[in-house]
Design a protein. Sequence first.
Length: 114
Amino acid sequence: VQLQASGGGLVEPGESLRLSCTVSGKIVGIRARGWYRQTPGKERELVADMSAGGSTNYRDSVKGRFTISRDIAKNTLYLQMNSLKPEDTAVYYCNVRCILTNYWGQGTQVTVSS
């Protein structure tokens, strides 16, 4: 199983980015798919996730700006990030949480700066 994340970059405040995470390999027992982020010296934090049933959950600071979605046919998870702020700067990781284990992508850097 591999999770390949992409789409990060350097943008100015107020701009948008869309992160993608393509999953290869078969995964059973999925509980949720999500995006996390981490900055130096801080713990990895949940940004948004989507349960196996399709319900979504966002951290308060990104509500109304970020949208998590999934393309089943492409086996790809997305994070649309609008109105980006400097405090959104972090390495973003995609995650698939299963009954017995977690799978992580390699991380993609998002930098929001003027």
